[in-house]
Ligand binder design. Structure first.
Ligand code: MLT
Length: 262
């Protein structure tokens, strides 16, 4: 599905019935990465999964982006859909954006799920890596960068035992336009520190992390969960950064149990 939001086309899925749950995808994927979770929750929840600007079916950005601008797009889409209050989940970049939704509209969020993400900004080294990726994509196009990056997303167990998952990730990623990738990379590089926000999150929170996640490791998840006043931490064994795609059953169970207990 797609709809017009503030003059741009935004792609989204909305399925099921019951309390709304909004799911924010990781980079450089799109809402298709949530398929298993949507299927596993739609009997009890109205699951809404948008595509960030420039990904999936959403129009590519004309201007530079920021985590706040992605969050504003999400809130504007939810306004159009008449969704005032919702549980909010995000994986990785989706988590960075979820924190900005909290900063802009905490009163609309009834529960928070942060998976394979971190609250702190990039280190200087991380920022340099992003700038190098932007330069590489500008010079040679996205294909080589995407090929390399997709390989880092999963953990060693998935790489060795579930080659189909890496292929599925490549298919979900597809061929996003260079401008979408560079806008998101620059926005991630300049994202603010969300740590000051954590102590103020009054709603129940779930932090999920793949035990083999090297991009946003379990130590980052532990720090977030310790700083969130009302958080539960679930570690997913034998999964890396794409824990929802590498271990869909364990991931769905964790989110479902958390939401059903609210
Ligand atoms: C993601 O999965 O969204 C990205 O790996 C996040 C990042 O690069 O920081």
């Amino acid at each position: 599905m797609h709809t017009e939001v503030g003059g741009i086309r935004m792609g989204y899925d909305m399925e099921g019935g019951g309390e709304p749950l909004v799911l924010l995808h990781g980079f450089p994927l799109n809402r298709a990465m949530w398929r298993a979770l949507v299927t596993g929750l739609r009997d009890r929840f109205t699951v809404i999964a948008p595509d960030f600007r420039g990904f999936g079916d959403s129009e590519i950005p004309r201007n530079p982006m920021s985590m706040e601008a992605y969050a504003q797009d999400v809130l504007a889409l939810l306004d159009v859909l008449g969704c005032q209050r919702f549980a909010l989940g995000g994986l990785s970049m989706g988590g960075y954006v979820a924190f900005r939704v909290m900063a802009l509209a905490a009163d609309r969020v009834s529960a928070l799920v942060i998976a394979d993400s971190r609250a702190e900004p990039d280190t200087e080294e991380g920022r340099q890596r992003r700038h190098a990726a932007v330069a590489r994509i500008g010079e040679e196009g996205p294909a080589g960068y995407l090929e390399e990056f997709a390989g880092q997303l999963v953990g060693p167990t998935t790489r060795a035992q579930r080659p189909g998952v890496v292929q599925a990730i490549r298919e979900i990623v597809g061929t996003p336009p260079a401008r979408s990738l560079t806008a998101a990379l620059s926005a991630m590089a300049s994202r603010p520190d969300s740590r000051p926000l954590l102590g103020k999150v009054a709603v129940p929170s779930l932090v999920v992390v793949g035990e083999e996640d090297t991009l946003t490791p379990p130590s980052a998840a532990e720090a977030m969960s310790a700083a969130l006043p009302n958080a539960r931490l679930v570690r997913i064994p034998s999964a890396g950064h794409m824990s929802n795609l590498e271990a869909p059953e364990a991931f769905t169970r964790a989110v479902r149990e958390f939401l059903m207990a609210l």
